[in-house]
Design a binder for this molecule. Structure first.
Ligand SMILES: Cc1ncc(C[n+]2csc(CCOP(=O)(O)OP(=O)(O)O)c2C)c(N)n1
Ligand SMILES: [Mg+2]
Length: 574
């Protein structure tokens, strides 16, 4: 018997129409019989299928799409190994709180638990790394289930993040009764905005406007609140630190930006406001060992960002933008007690350090191996990139260098999950989502290897991305840790492989760059011929700030050596 036709009223057709009604334009996936009915119906609805070379990359791409658009990202993966391959992507989205819908297939129900092809109980695997993980056994419930999953992914009523709904393929082919195709299911929900309560807002204003050394730190939950954030910083006269989750919200020209004084400002602030930001390892878990006696004001639209690690003197459960608006309104023209000279002093030092760094990058000395310093590559990229470029950074040492110096109006990196292979998939998706912007991936060679095959996806879909590989022939940050902590280098060196040859094999424009003086021309040619790759030889001897800080050896109490020592002293009552 030949395979049945996929009917207009089938679960597959209705899910495709549902996704279309939600504004989904692209789905990232890797084919397989268990998902083919849905795949074909998505195509029939005009939803573009970006077919990738590993399911993990499909989820990374859906994640990047979600981060860049603020809307749902969708990945379609087949049963069994399709799902297990996707799991790193799902876990990454889980920690990053990215709204991603993962749609896999399952063997038909009559073959369940009989040793069917690709038969694994997926939901048990993904439950702990998703907001919702269900198998749908009845066609009539398909729309309801997927609608619930999408709402949860978008954080409507909880923390946003990945969700998972799978369907045995016989259910995907089955028809949904006309009655259960309720039109309400196809109406996209408006984004839910949570308003802050007046009592908390007044308490926050009292605390913040009385602070002498106020500091504001933003994260995921501050997205969309750029205007309000800038206004609050100006009105309060606060210092500001961004984090990878929310780069670009406050322009570098704003007098509150003191990024190069991160450590100092964290120690000196007396009131710290977190806007949609977890106090995770990047912020020393908010520990008094690092933040001293500072009081916290926590603003967030979900529990994870509201009170993790430190309670706030004031905690405001609200959409970030709404809370900031309410603070500004409640404060009226009240004068801030902030010590203007404190912020001005930090800002002056920040500018001095940043200027010095940018200036010195161009002349950064090569290693004893004669290979150029990674900062030479980054300086050349800085010069060539438009201000609104989308930057994707990944790597060990190279991420540490790139994070600090590349312009970051829009910026993606492995974030707190530290998932270093995301570069190329994030970049491919970004270049499809933002075709009018220049998208570059700045990646270490080790990190690049994980998903290097996605160059093929870039070529097939003509995704106009430029991948720049900092080729130091090693997992350099780990090499240094071995040298300094263990006195022996083992299993951390790679080859100086020719990644440009590999890229050309997939049909990309690519060059290998060995000398600093060739960078400018190579970048210009690559930019004009995207998708493109530059394989730039750099010295593994360059020591990044992450290497110096002790991040690589993973101290017991805190992520960085200095914070770890401070934490030990504080805990022992010294
Ligand atoms: C998936 C994953 N595997 C391993 C690690 C550990 N790790 C962190 S940085 C790093 C080295 C990265 O090497 P590369 O991308 O070449 O950058 P480099 O340090 O050489 O500049 C490794 C192995 C990780 N964070 N994530
Ligand atoms: Mg490397």
């Amino acid at each position: 018997m030949s395979a049945p036709e996929i009917h207009e009223q089938s679960v597959a057709a209705l899910i495709a129409r549902y996704l279309k009604s939600q504004g989904v334009q692209r789905v990232y996936g890797l084919c397989g019989g268990h998902i083919m009915p849905l795949w074909m119906r998505l195509d029939a609805e005009g939803i573009r299928i970006i077919d990738v070379r590993d399911e993990r990359a499909a989820v990374y791409m859906a994640h990047a799409e979600a981060d860049l658009t603020g809307r749902l990202g969708v990945a379609l993966v087949t049963a069994g190994p399709g799902v297990t391959n996707a799991m790193t992507g799902i876990a990454n989205a889980h920690v990053s709180r990215a709204p991603v819908l993962v749609l896999p297939g399952l063997p038909p129900m009559p073959q369940e638990n009989r040793g069917a092809l690709q038969d694994i109980v997926h939901t048990d695997l993904v439950r702990s790394i998703t907001r919702y993980a269900r198998t749908v056994h009845h066609a009539d419930l398909a729309l309801q289930e997927i609608d619930e999953a999408v709402s949860r992914a978008l954080g409507q009523g909880g923390e946003p993040g990945p969700v998972y709904v799978d369907f045995p393929v016989d259910v995907v082919r089955a028809r949904v009764s006309a009655a259960m195709q309720m039109p309400e299911r196809f109406t996209p929900r408006a984004a839910i905005e949570m308003m802050p309560d007046d009592v908390s807002v007044r308490a926050a204003v009292e605390l913040l406007w009385s602070a002498k050394r106020p500091l504001v730190i933003s994260g995921r939950g501050a997205k969309g609140a750029s205007k309000e954030l800038c206004e609050l910083l100006s009105r309060v006269g606060a210092a500001y630190l961004d984090t990878g989750e929310s780069k670009g919200l406050v322009p570098e020209s704003h007098p509150s930006v003191v990024a190069a004084m991160r450590g100092t400002v964290m120690q000196q602030a007396d009131v710290v406001v977190t806007v949609g930001r977890r106090l995770d390892f990047q912020l020393a878990y908010g520990s008094p060992a690092v933040f001293g006696e500072a009081k916290f004001i926590r603003i967030a639209d979900c529990a994870a960002e509201l009170r993790d690690n430190r309670r706030g003197t004031v905690e405001i459960l609200s959409t970030g933008r709404r809370a900031l608006q309410a603070l500004l309104e409640a404060a009226g023209d009240r004068r801030s007690a902030a010590d203007a000279s404190w912020v001005e002093g930090l800002r002056a030092k920040h500018l001095e350090r940043s200027k010095k760094l940018i200036h010195s990058m161009r002349d950064a000395a090569p290693g004893s191996d004669g290979l150029m310093h990674p900062n030479r590559v980054l300086a050349a990229l800085r010069d060539a990139l438009p201000e609104d470029a989308v930057i994707v950074a990944a790597g060990g040492d190279f991420l540490s260098f790139a994070r600090v110096v590349l312009p970051a109006a829009t910026y993606l990196d492995p974030g707190s999950p530290g998932c270093i292979g995301v570069g190329t998939p994030f970049g491919v998706a970004a270049s499809l989502v933002c075709p009018d912007k220049t998208v570059i991936v700045a990646t270490g060679d080790g990190s690049f290897g994980f998903n290097a095959m996605e160059l093929d996806t870039a070529a097939r879909h003509q995704a106009p991305v430029l991948v720049v590989v900092a080729n130091n022939g090693s997992w350099a940050i780990e090499v240094r840790d071995q040298q300094e902590t263990h006195g022996k280098v083992v299993g951390t060196r790679l080859q100086f492989s020719d990644h440009s040859a590999m890229a050309r094999a997939f049909g990309l424009y690519a060059e290998r760059v060995e000398r600093a003086e060739d960078l400018e021309g190579a970048i210009e040619r690559a930019m004009a011929n995207r998708p493109a790759l530059l394989d730039v030889l750099v010295t593994p001897e360059a020591v990044s700030s992450d290497a110096k800080s002790g991040l690589a050896w993973v101290p017991d109490l805190q992520p960085l050596s200095a914070w770890d020592e401070a934490e030990q002293r504080w805990r022992s009552g010294e």
